[in-house]
Design a protein around this ligand. Structure first.
Ligand code: ADP
Length: 435
């Protein structure tokens, strides 16, 4: 209790006691005077309390407190002071919240805040335009009730948001949206949605351009290689000075044809997310035929190519695409393994799914190249690739085909000792025939 308050109380008690004594002296009824005096004192306090309560209940804005006397005056003023300070802090906080909301509302990207159960809490104007959310009807609704695309539901419920998701807008099919989700606080979600329609159009233009150029170059190249072949069919009629030049031209012509074929294949793979074919493919038979082709490719170089394949495991997908990916891996092993080296192809299954590995005892690859190996035209050593007639697109095709079959590629390599390329297919893609 502070000094002032104590002084007040003592003064009041002394005043009351002396007034009671005086009246008692005059009337001779000390007890009654004391009872009446105390009752009056308590009544006065109750009256002040009632005024305080009324003011707190009915006050508007900065309305001053009622006039109070002595102790109650001080209490009124202190409460008024506290309330004003609290109002100022609240005002400042509200201003910050308003500024944040105004700036996010003005963003072109949609921003959505969800609570821990995935219910909509707040969104900006862009979210209304891009996703068709309605204020205030949709507030508190489950987001997955409004965004019904199964790919979104699967992505949202998986809780793995390391990669963004791309989908068409639910209100306008022509708009392409990219969803970024961040978890914060108590499992609440912050969603950022960007309109990437323009980027996708540019990407599509790039793909179309490459596909068109490859297609247009095919015919002139076929004519040139055709004439070269005819010329080389009559070796006796050719001036020996030209023979080597013509042979080299033919070789480069074949290389360009392979390049165009690979570019066209990549363009075809990029056109859709999943293969249209989803029939179970007999991988063991496919690998057997690739083994024969690889042995033919090896020819005089006499590699030992072995195959161990589980005949009960089949893969859902496109046989043509899988053939292209697996043969790229096996042919690479032949190309980059010295004569008479060993190549082992294995196809097996376990509880995680099915796996294909191609192991060689070849040149190997330095660790620093491994992360970039599946990029288009990436080569460890350009002289090595031109010797083998490679296009630099083989592993890019492998990566695309695997992506379309929900599989991953894993590469382990030791320089000078050999490499192992392993494809891991999830159970979703595997069909097991009973033994
Ligand atoms: P390329 O048509 O040049 O073979 P790829 O995309 O198939 O193109 O391979 C990219 C590069 O990876 C190759 O240039 C080669 O240097 C390296 N590479 C691929 N497979 C092997 C392997 N089995 N052993 C060693 N190096 C390899």
């Amino acid at each position: 209790m502070n000094q002032d308050l104590q002084g007040h109380l003592i003064r009041h008690a002394l005043l009351l006691a002396s007034a009671c004594l005086l009246l008692g002296l005059i009337t001779g009824e000390y007890a009654w005077v004391l009872v009446i005096g105390l009752a009056g004192y308590v009544g006065w306090h109750l009256q002040q309390l009632r005024r305080l309560h009324k003011w707190l209940r009915t006050r508007r804005g900065d309305e001053p407190p009622p006039d109070g006397y002595g102790l109650w005056g001080e209490v009124f003023d202190s409460i008024h002071h506290l309330l004003r300070r609290d109002q100022k802090v609240r005002g400042r906080l509200q201003a910050v919240i308003d500024r944040v909301q105004e700036s996010t509302a003005a963003l072109k990207d949609a921003v959505i805040m969800l609570d821990r159960d995935g219910n909509l809490e707040w969104w900006n104007i862009a979210a209304e335009k891009l996703l068709g959310l309605k204020t205030p009807q949709d507030s508190g609704q489950q987001l997955t009730h409004l965004m019904r695309d199964p790919r979104f539901i699967e992505y949202f419920e998986n809780h793995n948001y390391s990669e963004p998701l791309e989908l068409p807008s639910p209100v306008n099919n022509r708009l392409r949206l990219q969803f970024h989700i961040t978890q914060y606080g108590d499992r609440e979600h912050l969603m950022l949605i960007r309109d990437i329609t323009r980027l996708c159009q540019l990407e599509q233009m790039r793909k179309d351009f490459v596909a068109n150029v490859s297609h247009e170059l095919r015919t002139p190249l076929t004519v040139i290689t055709g004439y070269l072949e005819t010329l080389l069919d009559n070796v006796e009629a050719i001036n020996p000075r030209w023979l080597r030049a013509l042979q080299q031209m033919q070789q480069q012509g074949w290389r360009m044809q392979n390049l165009l074929n690979d570019l066209l294949l990549l363009a075809k793979l990029e056109a859709t997310d999943y293969p249209s074919d989803n029939q179970p493919v007999a991988v063991d038979l496919l690998l057997l035929s690739i083994q024969n082709d690889a042995q033919a490719l090896s020819g005089e170089r006499r590699h030992r190519i072995t195959l161990q394949a589980d005949a009960h495991l089949r893969l859902k997908g496109s046989e043509a695409e899988l053939r292209s990916a697996f043969s790229n891996l096996v042919f690479n092993a032949v190309k980059y393994t010295p004569d008479e080296g060993e190549i082992c192809v294995r196809w097996w299954g376990d509880e995680q799914g099915a796996h294909l590995s191609v192991e060689d005892t070849g040149l190997g690859i330095e660790a620093k190249h491994l992360p970039r190996l599946t990029e288009r035209f990436y080569r460890v050593d350009s002289s090595r690739a031109s010797n083998t007639g490679g296009t630099g697109l083989g592993l890019a095709i492998v990566k695309h085909v695997l992506l379309r079959h929900r599989a991953d590629l894993n590469i382990v390599s030791n320089l000078g000792k050999g490499s192992t390329f392993t494809c891991h297919f999830p159970n979703l893609q595997v069909v097991r025939r009973s033994q």
